[in-house]
Design a protein around this ligand. Structure first.
Ligand SMILES: Cc1ncc(COP(=O)(O)O)c(C=O)c1O
Length: 377
C-alpha cells in the first residue's frame, strides 16, 4: 500500500525540484495554531469588528507586539508612533520610497539586490544606481562614490544575510555606511528580513543610526510568508507623519485585519517563538545537508540562512548551467535576476534550502547542483 507520505513525495518530485524561492520551511504547528486563531476570531463580536473595518497602521496591540518583536534586533522597543504594521515589505517599500525618493530621484542599493526593488523603482520613476559590494556587502568606497556622482536620496540595503549573496556586514562596516549616509544626507531603508533566524547577527544599522534609518522586518521568512505582515519602524514619529500624511487613506498597503490579528496573537502568546524555533531547527538540519552535498562546490552561506549562493568561474556560461539543471528537473535562480547592471553579470546561482517540503527532494536537487557545477568547470 502506498502511504500518504509517499503519494505526496511522488507528486512533489513529478513537478520537478523547485529551489528558487528563499522560503522558510513549514511549521508542523501551522495547522493547529491557525485553527486555534481562527476559532478565536470567529467569535461574533470579534468577527464583526474584524470584517467591518480597516486596520489602518495596525491597531495598538499590533504595534505593541511589533515593538517587542523588532526590539529583539534593535535592542530597544520603538515608540508606537514610529511603527506601522503593513501588508508586507514590498507594499511598505512602495510607499516609503515614493515619499523619500519620488519620481526623478535616485535610490542606491547593493549592485546585486533583491529583485523586487527594480520594478518598484520603475513604477515610481526612481533611478536605481548600484553600489559596489564585497564579501561583507555594501562597500564604503562604493557608497561614497555613488553619493558624489548621483546624489541619491535614499539607500535600500539588506546587510544581514544579504539576498542573494548571504553576506553579513560587520559592525565596523555598518558604522562606516551610516556615517557616509549621514554625511551625504541619504536616508537608509534597512531590510532585516532573515535576521531573527540567526543566533548572533550584528545589530541592524537602525540600531546604530536610528534617526536616519527606516527599518523593515517582514514575518515572511521567520514566521509565515502567507500572513503578509511586515513591521516598519520610522526614524521618528515626525518622519512617520510626513510619509503618512499624503496617503492616509490609501488602503493598498494596509495590513489585512485577519492577518494582523493572527500575527499579533502568535507574537504575543509565544506561538511565534515556537514557529521560529522550528524553522531554525529545520534550516539548521538543511544547512548540514547542504554542507555535506556541496562540500566540493565553492559556495557561500550562513548558519540558519535560507539559501546558498554559488559563484561560478567567470568563463562559465550561466545559461548552460541553468539549462543543464532544468534538464534534470531542478530550478534555481541565476545571478541575472539580481544584478542591476546587465552588462556586468558575474555568473552565480542562488539555491533555496527552505523551498522543498521534503528533505529528500532537497538532497536530490543539491546533488544535481553539485554535479552540474562540477561538470561546468
Ligand atoms: C530581501 C527580502 N526582503 C523582504 C522579503 C519579504 O517580502 P514581503 O514581506 O513583501 O513578503 C523577501 C522575500 O522574498 C526578501 O527576499
Amino acid at each position: 500500500m502506498i502511504s500518504g507520505h509517499h503519494v505526496r513525495e511522488a507528486k512533489e518530485m513529478a513537478n520537478g525540484i523547485d529551489l528558487t524561492r528563499t522560503m522558510a520551511p513549514t511549521s508542523v504547528n501551522f495547522s493547529h495554531y491557525l485553527k486555534e486563531a481562527l476559532e478565536a476570531i470567529s467569535e461574533p463580536t470579534m468577527a464583526k469588528t474584524l470584517l467591518r473595518h480597516h486596520r489602518y497602521l495596525g491597531n495598538e496591540l499590533d504595534r505593541k507586539a511589533a515593538a517587542q518583536w523588532t526590539a529583539r534586533r534593535l535592542g530597544y522597543a520603538p515608540d508606537l508612533s514610529q511603527i506601522v504594521v503593513s501588508g508586507g515589505t514590498q507594499s511598505a517599500l512602495l510607499v516609503i520610497l515614493a515619499s523619500l525618493v519620488g519620481s526623478g530621484g535616485v535610490l542606491t542599493t547593493e549592485e546585486i539586490t533583491y529583485p523586487a526593488v527594480k520594478p518598484i523603482c520603475d513604477l515610481l520613476g526612481i533611478q536605481l544606481v548600484g553600489t559596489r559590494i564585497d564579501e561583507e556587502g555594501l562597500t564604503a568606497e562604493g557608497l561614497e562614490s555613488v553619493c558624489k556622482s548621483h546624489r541619491p536620496r535614499a539607500l535600500y540595503c539588506n546587510p544581514t544575510v544579504h539576498n542573494p549573496t548571504t553576506a553579513i556586514m560587520s559592525n565596523a562596516r555598518r558604522r562606516e555606511i551610516a556615517d557616509i549616509a549621514r554625511r551625504y544626507q541619504v536616508t537608509i531603508v534597512e531590510d532585516d528580513v532573515q535576521s531573527l533566524l540567526l543566533a548572533d547577527a550584528p545589530r541592524p544599522i537602525a540600531a546604530i543610526a536610528p534617526d536616519i534609518t527606516w527599518y523593515l522586518m517582514s514575518l515572511a521568512k521567520t514566521i509565515s510568508i502567507g500572513l503578509r505582515v511586515a513591521h516598519v519602524v520610522a526614524p521618528s514619529p515626525d518622519d512617520m507623519r510626513r510619509v503618512l500624511a499624503p496617503i492616509s487613506s490609501l488602503s493598498s498597503w494596509f495590513v489585512s485585519p485577519l492577518s494582523a490579528e493572527i500575527a499579533t496573537s502568535w507574537l504575543s502568546s509565544g506561538r511565534a517563538d515556537v514557529i521560529l524555533e522550528e524553522i531554525r531547527k529545520e534550516i539548521s538540519n538543511r544547512q548540514k545537508i547542504a554542507k555535506s552535498l556541496l562540500s566540493d562546490t565553492h559556495h557561500r552561506t550562513q548558519p540558519f540562512a535560507l539559501h546558498v549562493w554559488i559563484p561560478l568561474a567567470l568563463h562559465i556560461d550561466l545559461q548552460q548551467v541553468n539549462d543543464a539543471l532544468l534538464a534534470r528537473g531542478v530550478r534555481v535562480q541565476t545571478s541575472t535576476m539580481f544584478t542591476l547592471d546587465k552588462a556586468r553579470i558575474e555568473p552565480a546561482i542562488r539555491v533555496s534550502l527552505g523551498r522543498p517540503l521534503l528533505t529528500s527532494e532537497l538532497e536530490q536537487g543539491l546533488r544535481s547542483v553539485a554535479t552540474v557545477v562540477r561538470e561546468a568547470r
